[in-house]
Design a protein around this ligand. Structure first.
Ligand code: ADP
Ligand code: MG
Length: 686
């Protein structure tokens, strides 16, 4: 890195500040330029003092009334003044800024912007920003102020100052987009776009700038995928896979028949593994469509052919569940295969023993979490890699695991309802199979949306279900501020529910703060029906399979996204019993009603995802939220579906014209992508 490109070249960025920036992964000026705001605040017209509201940030204009006081408390110096306009006065305080008494004593109009809180003495504006003389505010009026994700010790203002300077370094030579593409798509030039991204003067400017970076992000992502495929994935199949009679026997003996869709996908998988090239296949299927058995069959086939197969799950709970199911199947159906579990929470000694068995080839099926891709794991002969619930992993983990074998077959399972057209673009490197049929024994889940007044009835309903031998989940409101609050919440709720339902029903809680072992014990006990009601946070969202559970009650369901609610609901309705989902809400806004209504009337994940998109609409850009599906910085595959489509088309055109991106016009783009891929490799081997 040359000195000029390091952020330490910026004024006011000393060694300490540089370290804080590094915590945000900002090392170079370029990183800072691309550190987009998390959201924006809009500078509105000042409000009359009488209209300042508790809990809100607002701007007020007035003159200083009376004297400015500085109280010297023991640790904290507090400056206090009273601001007056024709509607009233407001008390204002600042901490540790005694010098304000002099600066603000000159009289004249003063504009303050800050949060108003209620204290014993009444409403108080705390630590506001100062615009003095008032013209300073006029300049900002109606503009949007960026709000960045912060780290301890680094204020929003410090970042803003640094970004202002960094933007001086931005110039159109750094634009990685080929000029013909940006002009064909009508995208802003780089310099203009970064400036408007950080400091838009209006929503329109922001939308225009954002569109450019969303496009760029998609284009780079798609090209990186394709490029990776050019280099590696064309690999020939060096494994010899034969059909195994043991598998046919297994399929005859299990208590159910594969659905038509499962059979079709299993054929596609077998065909791939016996083909000329290694498999790269995405299996998409709604929650409960029975994807796990397909993964197991593939692992069996690898093992029976004398190779190893590994399956990576996104959570320990899920990995353990898969492992427990797998070994009980191996045992019950007398399959001559050994399996191993590998997760982060195992002790060092346990891990060492597992590594040894994996390396020697003694075990042929390995199930685990991220631990599977740790450097220390050496596989004996890895021929198949399955990743379950792919949307929880980035592409990078998928690739890292694939790198563990020499070009193993890759099977990716996902319940994320991405419309097929988008999936083809996003997973351009994968073939796609769809499990579009639910097992026959299923009864559609019965849904209801109710307000909190229904709670007593819901409890009575759960009591009856438990009396019939069934089990229930209660999902508690998310607490955004902190994990400990969340833990407290579910713990209290479980205690309350236990008292309510009486001693014979065993209620337990599950949350992210618990030790892994504790979580496992609870999940296992729930699996054995020793616990009848599980009060949980969304830890249980992904993949958990307890077919005896028939009631899912979700508190404060308005706080979840539709896709997430659908995943949660997918925890019930997995067996032969009628199942129920109760969406409890305390909000009576029309928007909430409309959203929940969609779930109430449909159990189809693809439909729900497309409705989610329609409702949020491409206009809802201020709730830039992480969809959790793929780790894009600003892009959202649902919301920005139309941009994704354009980027997909352009990527194809680009590669057709210049497959290795060698033309001068494509050089910067190629370098950027290569650096990205390298960074991904680095991150995954660390
Ligand atoms: P998902 O697709 O969400 O991963 P799972 O694979 O966990 O779903 O399957 C859900 C449940 O359905 C499991 O209990 C599984 O044993 C059962 N199942 C899978 N396939 C069938 C089938 N063809 N008939 C009946 N039950 C099935
Ligand atoms: Mg699953």
């Amino acid at each position: 890195m040359n000195e000029k490109s390091s952020i330490s070249a910026l004024k006011g960025v000393g060694e300490k500040t540089e370290q804080m920036f590094q915590k945000l992964n900002i090392r170079r000026i370029d990183d800072l330029i691309r550190y987009y705001p998390a959201r924006y605040e809009i500078f509105e017209e000042p409000v009359p003092i009488s209209e300042a509201k508790e809990g809100k940030t607002c701007t007020v204009a007035g003159t200083v009334f009376g004297r400015i006081q500085v109280s010297a408390g023991k640790r904290l110096q507090v400056t206090t003044l009273h601001l007056k306009d024709i509607t009233g006065t407001l008390k204002v305080i600042w901490f540790r800024m005694p010098f304000l008494r002099n600066t603000l004593s000159r009289g004249g109009l003063l504009i303050l912007r800050g949060r108003v809180v209620r204290r014993r003495e009444g409403l108080v504006m705390e630590h506001p920003e100062i615009y003095y003389p008032a013209e300073k505010y006029t300049e900002k009026l109606h503009t949007m102020q960026p709000v960045y994700h912060l780290t301890n010790g680094l204020t929003n203002n410090a970042i803003i100052k640094a970004v202002h300077q960094a933007l001086e370094y931005a110039n159109d030579n750094q634009d990685i987009l080929p000029a013909n593409l940006s002009s064909a798509r009508g995208l802003l030039p780089y310099r203009e776009a970064v400036a408007k991204m950080h400091f838009p003067k209006s929503k329109e400017e922001y939308i225009e700038a954002r569109e450019r970076f969303v496009y760029e992000e998609f284009l780079v992502f798609i090209l990186a995928l394709r490029r990776n495929r050019q280099d590696e994935n064309r690999a020939g199949n060096r494994f010899y896979f034969y059909d195994q009679p043991e598998i046919d026997r297994f399929l005859r003996e299990i208590p159910f028949e594969l659905t038509g869709a499962q059979n079709r996908v299993w054929d596609e998988i077998r065909h791939d593994m016996q083909g000329d090239y290694v498999m790269s296949r995405l299996v998409q299927g709604d929650v409960g469509s029975g994807k796990t058995i397909l993964a197991f069959l593939s692992l069996f086939l690898a093992g029976l052919n004398g190779y190893q197969g590994a399956m990576m799950a996104p959570t320990e709970v899920l990995a353990r569940q898969h492992y427990a199911n797998l070994i009980s199947m191996l045992d019950e159906y007398h399959l001559p295969l050994k399996a191993e579990l590998l997760t982060g929470s195992m002790t060092a000694a346990q891990k060492r023993r597992a590594y040894a068995r994996i390396e020697s080839g003694e075990v042929s099926i390995i199930i685990g979490t991220h631990a599977l891709i740790q450097e220390k794991v050496t596989y004996h002969d890895l021929a198949l890699v399955v990743t379950d619930e792919q949307h929880r992993f980035g592409v990078k983990q998928r690739e890292a695991l694939a790198g563990k074998g020499s070009m193993p077959h890759i099977l990716v399972m996902s319940a994320t309802p991405i419309p097929r057209s988008l999936a083809i673009i996003l997973y351009g490197d994968l073939d796609i199979s769809v499990v579009d049929e639910l097992p026959k024994n299923r009864l559609p889940i019965k849904n209801c949306v109710v307000d909190t007044g229904y709670r007593e009835k819901a409890y009575a309903f759960m009591r009856r279900q438990v009396a019939e031998g069934r089990q229930c989940y209660v999902i508690c409101p998310m607490v955004e501020e902190s994990e400990s609050l969340e833990a407290e919440n579910v713990t209290d709720y479980a205690r309350m529910l236990s008292e309510e339902l009486g001693g014979s029903i065993h209620v337990e809680c599950l949350h992210g703060k618990m030790k892994q072992q504790e979580k496992d014990e609870i999940m296992e006990a729930f699996g054995r029906n020793e616990i009848q009601i599980l009060v949980s946070t969304t830890v249980i969202e992904v993949g958990i399979d307890v077919p005896n559970a028939t009631v899912m009650m979700i508190e404060n369901s308005e706080r979840f996204g539709l896709a997430q609610l659908h995943q949660l609901r997918g925890r019930v309705g997995r067996g032969k019993y009628q199942s129920y989902c109760i969406f409890m809400t305390s909000s009576d806004s029309d928007e909430t009603k409309e959203r929940l209504d969609i779930l109430n009337h449909s159990n189809d994940g693809f439909f729900i995802a497309s409705e989610d998109l329609r409702l949020r609409g491409p206009g809802d850009l201020f709730g830039i939220r992480q969809s959790g599906i793929l780790d894009f910085r600003i892009a959202d595959i649902f919301q920005d579906a139309s941009i994704l489509k354009k980027a997909g088309e352009d990527a194809s055109g680009l590669l057709e014209e210049d497959p290795l991106l060698e033309e001068p016009d494509h050089r910067k783009l190629r370098e950027y992508i290569d650096a990205k891929l390298q960074q991904i490799m680095l991150e995954t081997t660390l």
